[in-house]
Design a protein around this ligand. Sequence first.
Ligand SMILES: Nc1ncnc2c1ncn2[C@@H]1O[C@H](COP(=O)(O)OP(=O)(O)O)[C@@H](O)[C@H]1O
Ligand SMILES: O=C(O)C1=C[C@@H](OP(=O)(O)O)[C@@H](O)[C@H](O)C1
Ligand SMILES: [Mg+2]
Length: 167
Amino acid sequence: MYNITLIGMPGSGKSTVGVLLAKALGFGFLDTDLVIQQQEGALLQDILDRRGVPYFLDAEERAVCSVQCDHHVIAPGGSVVCREGAINHLKAMGPVIYLRVPLEELKRRIHNLDSRGIALEPGQTLEDILTIRAPLYETYADYIVDALPGQELAESVAQVLKLVSAP
Ligand SMILES: Nc1ncnc2c1ncn2[C@@H]1O[C@H](COP(=O)(O)OP(=O)(O)O)[C@@H](O)[C@H]1O
Ligand SMILES: O=C(O)C1=C[C@@H](OP(=O)(O)O)[C@@H](O)[C@H](O)C1
Ligand SMILES: [Mg+2]
């Protein structure tokens, strides 16, 4: 079994880079946000608004742990590192790559913080969750790819491609 998982903050490019990476490698692509929505029968933001963050994270863990695939690029939500069972399931499936993007660049990229389905407790900011999650992303990553502010998407894809091979 060989899959590649991209982790990182919302807006770091897991979904956008992931699908291009899969295309370049001839792999399948799986965005686990879509699995959550289908399993829960609701949109991400609706789950968060109606059930709260802990329920959402548990639902994400259930969805991620239900994934069984081979030769796929997997793009989980940024919150996947908040549940050990979820991130460990992905780690067992192949290498994990952290797309590390500076806070200012994340803020430039995200225009819909309140509707995008981010697991923010009331009053929490993007900076707050970056502070909590950065050490988790670094701990769980097999490789880290740094994106410079303003870096072209194609360059981010090329950086990841250099790290992975297609056995
Ligand atoms: N170098 C880059 N790498 C990845 N995404 C980029 C880059 N530059 C700009 N973007 C934009 O940032 C956004 C990343 O969003 P997305 O792929 O949904 O991230 P995630 O799935 O990690 O939340 C997209 O709108 C993408 O076009
Ligand atoms: O970081 C977060 O709290 C979340 C980010 C979203 O995904 P992206 O990281 O793809 O934006 C969302 O769907 C996820 O499950 C919760
Ligand atoms: Mg995504």
